[in-house]
Ligand binder design. Sequence first.
Ligand SMILES: Cc1cc2nc3c(=O)[nH]c(=O)nc-3n(C[C@H](O)[C@H](O)[C@H](O)COP(=O)(O)O)c2cc1C
Length: 322
Amino acid sequence: MTDLLLTSPASLPGRLRVPVIASPMFLVSNPALVIAQCCAGIVGSFPALNARPQEELGNWLTQIETALQACHAAEPDRIIAPYAVNLIVHQSNTRLQDDLATCVKHRVPIVITSLHAPDLVVEKVHAYGGIVLHDVTTLRHARKAIAAGVDGLILVCAGAGGHAGALSPFALAAEVRAIFDGLLVLAGSISNGAGVLAAQVMGCDLAYMGTRFIASEESAAQPLHKQMIVDGSAADIIYTPYFSGVPGNYLKPSIRAAGLDPDNLQPQDKSAADFGKPKRWKDIWGSGHGIGAIRDILPAAEIVRQLAEQYAQARARVGASL
Ligand SMILES: Cc1cc2nc3c(=O)[nH]c(=O)nc-3n(C[C@H](O)[C@H](O)[C@H](O)COP(=O)(O)O)c2cc1C
């Protein structure tokens, strides 16, 4: 099979069927989803922490690599995208060194880092020819990541699922593009092909899409989580620090199902946090604002096919109107 390592970070968009990275999602992304996404021609990813215990990470990577090899052997001309693993760079992540060593051993093509500037990760991933993308919500964090030598930045803007930023994508994309000419990936409520094109028009290279893939057949999300996304709209999402101390976007119906009133959450109360409070991610489900455009649970390959079609239609529409 052709090596999934990239010749340069800039070559990534040209390697894909649609310029999309399917974002990593805690308790949602699994090998089946990543394999389906990569075989359909977009980057698939997962948080290393989803593979439990730590020793399982190597098995997941072998499973993904074997499946992508088989996909290539069956159809040598098919576009097969590289895959990515998400590492949380924070002192609370006691697995970080072991997970990084496993990624280095498997020469993971793309490593996505979250939270702290990933100096150590960059050095080790660059040594075997991988690339590092770091997610940021502000210009200040973008500057730190650039100083750490990352190849690309993921701008997690207002309306993104899970721990999202508060800035408009118009504002953050313009500010970061002015200081960085590496890969820029835009995140926040992108659910269709027109949104992918919009990200490029705004100066980014790729779109980052999470929530759309929660409602896929392969995702490990609970069936009710998938259905809430299909049934919901932006008004069903609340942005709150209540569950983790960091602001995130969550589905209000999941908060109600856990016995809380999403419109009347009490300020953080330590005893409530420790005893009996529903667990975020497991009981309280993350979602971006873009769910109004998601009306069905589909195989990931069909989602990507639709994205490619919508992207081509949006390009034609914009071209015709100029
Ligand atoms: C349920 C859920 C879990 C997530 N878990 C993670 C995670 O473990 N690591 C991470 O970097 N981002 C995580 N994210 C954020 C996504 O990677 C991405 O920024 C977001 O989904 C993009 O916005 P969108 O959902 O509107 O497409 C999560 C998002 C959701 C919805």
